[in-house]
Write a protein that binds this ligand. Sequence first.
Ligand SMILES: Nc1ncnc2c1ncn2[C@@H]1O[C@H](COP(=O)(O)OP(=O)(O)O)[C@@H](O)[C@H]1O
Ligand SMILES: [Mg+2]
Length: 258
Amino acid sequence: MGLAAGGEGWLRLAVLELRHISKHFGAIEAVKDVSFSLEAGEVIGLMGDNGAGKSTLVKMIAGNFRPSSGTMLMDGAEVVLHRPLEARRHGIEIVHQDLALCNNLTAAANVFLGRELKMGVGPFKILDYKAMYRRAAEIFTELKSETRPRDLVKRMSGGQRQAVAIARTRLSDAKIVLMDEPTAAISVRQVAEVLNLIRRLRDQGITVVLISHRMPDLFAVADRVIVMRRGTKVADRKIADSSAEEVTGLITGAIETV
Ligand SMILES: Nc1ncnc2c1ncn2[C@@H]1O[C@H](COP(=O)(O)OP(=O)(O)O)[C@@H](O)[C@H]1O
Ligand SMILES: [Mg+2]
């Protein structure tokens, strides 16, 4: 299961593999026996109706929730993530549905929030603003975003806020970036910007899991689609082998799977 045929016929390990992952909250079974594996540099669309279990699933991958049962493997070795910090150490970053940014701070300050660069030694350490502005500027350039490090987040558009949230994931050399509804509340022009950011991440070999309600987003950037319905994985297909009609049918249940 963890092995997949690589481009040149080599066998390589999945970046992440979920085996029989379930999560219940009391009597509610939010995620039921979900298994899949993710490859490096792949964009996976995670689709499903409200309450299908998408957020719960990515929160388990990000260390926000512990699975009730099942195992997770990274590069073939089992990992147990107790906290988001542990997921981050394994190269897993999440951009939450409600972008947790500080409005009163600059773009650079938000990028480095909780991971500030310091200079000096011992008790004389001070924040290295210059280095943080410089590094933030490099990341925005790399992401081809027009966001400037000194811009205040409260003056930013939804697309720029996404760029700030995504820039945070670039600090840590993430292997996997999980994005929960990044285009839910932004304008069409900004959606294009966010989809471009996703392509930039993929071009750097990062695996992106994109939760979206928007079918056009899925077909614009994803290589593969995983569909959830009522906590269960109902489909896992290459985008090239599917269609918007099929995905819609799988989401609503109009298309039954065995
Ligand atoms: N922290 C929680 N406590 C209790 N129930 C939850 C919690 N988070 C999610 N749920 C429930 O789990 C199910 C799946 O929710 P969620 O993962 O948010 O779905 P989606 O992101 O696909 O809309 C829903 O029935 C939801 O009410
Ligand atoms: Mg959700």
